[in-house]
Design a protein around this ligand. Structure first.
Ligand SMILES: CC(=O)SCCNC(=O)CCNC(=O)[C@H](O)C(C)(C)COP(=O)(O)OP(=O)(O)OC[C@H]1O[C@@H](n2cnc3c(N)ncnc32)[C@H](O)[C@@H]1OP(=O)(O)O
Ligand SMILES: O=CC(=O)O
Ligand SMILES: [Mg+2]
Length: 543
């Protein structure tokens, strides 16, 4: 087997990050694990069709012994015993990495996933920033503003937990025998190769968040990867700690199995609510009325199916000695608009209070100005304790029917909701193509997961001939196409820069038009797969 790269991105230490030794490590990971990854990805769509045909999923009787057995995950290392507030955000640009590390949060989820466009520049810049952060040398001067950024030394910095790409995305800039590498293995492998030892020696470690898994065999694969990588670099078995996102509907039926598979490396589970909603829509997209979700803006964490999901997650984690981590409230403060900030603070306060009261051990925030609110709420709940893993929830009993009870979610499907979804989906993809994987739109954080909900809802509404509650119109491909044209024109006016519009918004609109058609052949498993192909095109910039 041979490994090559398409180019060296314009990042100061890119040569070193892409050294022969580092690439040889990626190649070994690929040789050992890419085949299994490919099989597991292929198995997803077979199972998805079965779930949709059955209009149901159930707990697997074959793994009953895991669910009833007496076992626990490995004890948390000191650096991960207190996770009451975690800030998420991309690891590139460096200023965001520094802002996150300095934010006062206990943990920084350094994101190469939902919040990141995986351009070659961004991937290598992220690894470069993570490497400098691990060594305490990360610094940055913003050429536009002249502002300098340095790591704080007056107070503890956030512990770094890296989220590699989901299993589905390739890395087209690393070729193994001429074929694209697996994005997740490149992200995991480069961070591990360069930083695992340094982090371990400094009292942290190679800590990861694992996204978008659909089956416990995918967790088993990660466990094998960790075991191999540790042995290969002479790092003690069990040094890696991974928090798995439960953010697909099949995964909700396998929380115990996920923790069991990774028990020697597991830190906990996270309730990734946005991808979870997307996964419900995706899995049951043609399964009829019982799975039609109300407008995205109407679905909240208090909907019965979301309560069932989070209650089961807390119960399962604490039974197994693992952390239960809350998810992302998408409301974003705005330093220039105090009333927006006040509204965001109130909504985030409600969200984090519910999570703390339910027994979560900590939660996520999307912006540095939200760290104090989350911290204050968990401080009040935890008192002197670093977490509330000792709080068992024996009273919680969650059935398959409750997890799948989409019909009870209050709210309607409206044409206004269709319009909002189209606006957000096109706008987000355009920003993504320009190199930013997260953006505030109408005071909400939008990232790959939230945009997935927007585009998949429309496909589902067309396919199931849903009637809009506000206009009485049936949502058809023709109606969506008309609204899409109107929203694209609106965006053209707002962007007010024809060159920029043509470079990013036109390809984004084309992609969204295809993905929302309601036709089987157009439902892509992931929006970012098509967007990634567009990234390759000449008119889309590298950073
Ligand atoms: C579904 C999920 O997976 S959720 C997890 C994935 N999503 C995310 O991680 C999104 C994280 N959040 C963000 O990326 C950003 O907050 C955005 C894009 C939503 C908004 O960013 P901006 O428009 O830059 O916000 P704003 O202008 O208020 O930022 C103020 C300052 O805070 C910084 N900042 C904002 N959010 C973050 C963050 N998450 N991490 C680090 N710094 C941040 C900005 O860089 C800026 O710094 P500066 O003053 O030094 O220039
Ligand atoms: O990754 C988190 C989510 O909500 O999706
Ligand atoms: Mg997600």
């Amino acid at each position: 087997m041979s490994i090559s790269i398409t180019s060296i991105p314009d990042v100061a230490d890119a040569q070193q990050i892409l050294s022969d030794d580092a690439l040889a490590f990626i190649q070994k990971l690929h040789e050992k694990f890419a085949g299994t990854r490919n099989e597991l990805i292929a198995a997803r769509s077979v199972r998805r069709q079965e779930f949709s045909d059955a209009k149901a999923i159930d707990f697997d009787p074959r793994t009953e012994a895991v669910r009833t057995g007496d076992w626990k995950v490995a004890e948390a290392p000191e650096a991960l015993r207190d996770r009451r507030v975690e800030i998420t955000g991309p690891a590139s640009p460096a200023k965001m990495a520094i802002n996150a590390l300095n934010s006062g949060a206990k943990v920084w989820l350094a994101d190469l996933e939902d919040a990141s466009t995986p351009s070659w520049f961004n991937v290598i810049d992220a690894i470069s920033n993570l490497s400098a952060a691990a060594r305490g040398t990360l610094a940055f001067t913003d050429e536009k503003t002249g502002k300098s950024y340095a790591l704080r030394t007056d107070a503890p910095r956030a512990v770094v937990v890296v989220r590699p790409r989901g299993w589905h995305l390739p890395e087209n800039n690393v070729l193994i025998n001429g074929e694209p590498a697996v994005g997740a293995l490149v992200d995991f492998g480069l961070h591990f190769f360069h930083n695992a030892k340094v982090l371990t020696e400094s009292g942290q470690g190679p800590f990861y968040y694992l996204p978008k898994m659909e089956h416990y065999l995918e967790a088993r694969l990660w466990n094998e990867i960790f075991t191999f990588a540790q042995a290969e670099l002479g790092i003690a078995h069990g040094t890696v700690r991974a928090t798995m996102l439960i953010e697909t509907i099949p995964a909700a039926f396998q929380m115990e199995e996920f923790l069991y598979e990774l028990r020697e490396h597991a830190s906990g589970l996270n309730a990734g609510r946005w991808d979870y909603l997307f996964s419900i829509i995706k899995t049951f997209r043609e399964a009829g009325d019982a799975f039609i979700m109300p407008d995205r803006s109407a679905v909240s964490m208090t909907a019965p199916m979301m309560r069932a999901y989070t209650e089961l997650l807390v119960k399962t984690c604490h039974k197994r000695g693992a952390f239960a981590m809350g998810g992302m409230a998408a409301f974003i403060p705005n330093r220039r608009e105090p009333e927006v900030t006040a509204a965001a603070f109130e909504k985030v306060r409600d969200d984090k209070s519910r999570e703390a009261n339910d027994g979560f051990d900590g939660s996520w925030v999307a912006h540095p100005d939200l760290v104090d609110i989350c911290k204050e709420i968990f401080d009040a709940k935890l008192g002197e304790k670093p977490n509330q893993i000792d709080r068992q929830r024996p009273e919680v009993e969650v059935t398959a029917a409750q997890l799948l009870d989409v019909a009870s979610a209050p709210g309607d499907v409206t044409e206004a909701g269709v319009r909002a979804n189209l606006y957000v989906a096109v706008n987000y993809v355009a920003v993504w193509l320009s190199g930013n994987g997260a953006v505030a739109i109408h005071n909400l954080m939008e990232d790959a997961a939230t945009a997935e909900i927007s585009r998949s809802q429309i496909w589902q509404q067309i396919r199931n001939q849903v009637v809009a509650a506000d206009t009485g119109n049936t949502i058809t491909a023709e109606l969506v196409s008309k609204i899409l044209d109107e929203e694209v024109e609106r965006l053209r006016g707002e962007v007010n820069n024809e060159e920029h519009f043509k470079a990013y918004y036109e390809p984004a609109a084309g992609l969204i038009a295809t993905l929302t058609s309601g036709k089987d052949e157009d439902f892509a498993d992931f929006l970012t797969t098509g967007a990634y192909e567009l990234l390759e095109k000449e008119y889309v910039s590298k950073s």
